[in-house]
Design a protein around this ligand. Sequence first.
Ligand code: HDE
Length: 680
Amino acid sequence: MTKKHPVNEKSKQEQLEQFKTDDRNQALTTNQGLKLSEDEFSLKAGERGPTLMEDFHFREKMTHFDHERIPERIVHARGFAAHGEFELYDSLGEYTKAKFLQNPSVKTPVFVRFSTVAGSKGSAETVRDARGFATKFYTEEGNYDLVGNNIPVFFIQDAIKFPDLIHAVKPEPHNEMPQAASAHDTFWDFVANNQESAHMVMWSMSDRAIPRSLRMMEGFGVHTFRLVNAEGKAHFVKFHWKPVLGTHSLVWDEAQTISGKDPDFHRRDLWESIENGDYPEYELGLQIIAEEDEFKFDFDILDPTKLWPEEDIPVKLVGKMTLNRNVDNVFAETEQVAFHPGHVVPGIDFSNDPLLQGRLFSYTDTQLIRLGGPNFHELPINRPVCPFHNNQRDGYGRQTINKGPVSYHRNSLAANTPAPVPESEGGYAHYQEKVEGRKVRSRSESFKDHFSQATLFWNSMSDTEKEHIISAFSFELGKVKSKSVQQQVVDMFANVSTVLAKQVAQAIGATPPSGEDAPVTKSSPALSQEQTIKKPNTRKVAVIVANDFSSDLPQVLNSLKQQGIQPEIVSTTLQNVKGTDGSELEVQHTFLTSGSVLFDAVYVVGSSSADEKFRKEALTFAQEAFEHFKPIGATDEGVKWLKAVGLDSSPGVVTGETTRFTDEFIEAVSAHRHWNRHVI
Ligand code: HDE
């Protein structure tokens, strides 16, 4: 591309603008620009006669349609994305020469795609799985991709095992079941026979694997990378994204119900938040280790099954990313975006993590089949905002029109251009790490401790989080048919905690381990979601209202809105509901179209004119929300209804009997879940 684009926060948007088309109010044409007079009837020999071969319009339309689908991603097929911008807090010149990390006044455009890993493109979104968190920074030095997950470690230590892992977790090949789930024999057989997976399995059995929202999950670069400054000095680094709204999860029963009620739950939430102007924000965090400290830890910093405990190596928050624009077209942008951990800029380099090294091959390779050739970098969403020139030519779908006869280096006919640029002028030069060794296929001794950090994770969980992990294991292994695999997994996780293994064994009828856990010597509070930021902002409340609601209601709703809470009215039909004072409220959902699982809290208002059916529906909402530990509010008739079924006096249930109803309900919503509630 020869056109030079100004590099500012609008540059990517402006670039994309050139490719957009609005078909409204236009004449219908073929792809050759021929105006069409008819589009509903194929060309026939007589009204009841055969269709003619000559019908180029029919053939063009049908051929295009027949080729509309492209292969879905082999992993991370189900994804959703948004545009945004990244702003730096202070220069990171001390650590890196990357230009987009120097100047806090520069806004770098970004495109972020979130995904599940195992499910196919049409699968439900609230399944138990890791989430992809891939960010493309369109910098003035070229695209930088941070292709991470919402879990800081991975199942395997060497990329050569990735096909095995994915074969094991994907639906079993003989019957293509189950979709988007790890609760089946082959996955757990892989786990038991590849014990390096222990740490990540603990995370994927925890609440982290069922996020409440894509806006409320952390992101991790997982591998150790290098930052290199202008003097050539390098530091090891791990990348983090910290959501400004905190890290929050669903409960498993809720997640399963949502899969049926709204399989698009996460994308809808992201889309609507951006449309409403509640822009998702994440702070970029760095953990940094000096090169000379590489061997100072009780784990190998190159091992991707290990995290760096935040209490030992603090996360320095260096900037903020805001997602502020939805895509115009999911296929053109979200589907065609091509990430690659090897898309780096000067100042960012790799470590020898063998998982990362393998990824550096896989991502280009996969785009060749998925996007049909080597020119995927020319697709609008993938184009850098800076110019790019080289001697690559031709291939499927080539769009650039390279001028002149010269397409080779070295040459004299074009004065030996395009020419490499010295490092001092921005040319990328790999960090000159000294490497020596024998050619071997083996694993370093320092990668062989598979359980210490899995135990650290377990020891860092709250009691509620531990209960959830036990029931996740019990659910998943309860679906496994092989008794041998079940037992192998119980035996394996006895190395993490005998408390965990015993309870799971009990639930699935396996033989429990003997022995007790060693006393806890270390935990990492940062790993528990109990410690996370809790805010009322963007929490959705189902407000269950019938005709003849009391005149106080609009004021309560306003107070909730002032705190950033989103009350949505649920009733029997979509007719407006009327208050005793004649005021009206628009109904957004009916009992038929929604369910308590689609909300963060329930507020039962009711009214004396509501019938028995209404009361029952309202109580179904309240009961289910109660079992999911959600905040519940009740005023007016709603208080009587809750009292009648004994739901009124539990933690997180606030009734209109208190004079501070609104404040107390806001407090309950801000607490998110009330785990100290007694649920049978
Ligand atoms: Fe990926 N991964 N991966 N992965 N990965 C892909 O690339 C691969 C790994 C991650 O929204 C594929 O374009 C190998 C770790 C995300 O488009 C493929 C290994 C992490 C996405 C691929 C890993 C990730 C992918 C499939 C083991 C977290 C979705 C489609 C060495 C740090 C990006 C594609 C998007 C996608 C290969 C392991 C994150 C096949 C070989 C670890 C977020 O190239």
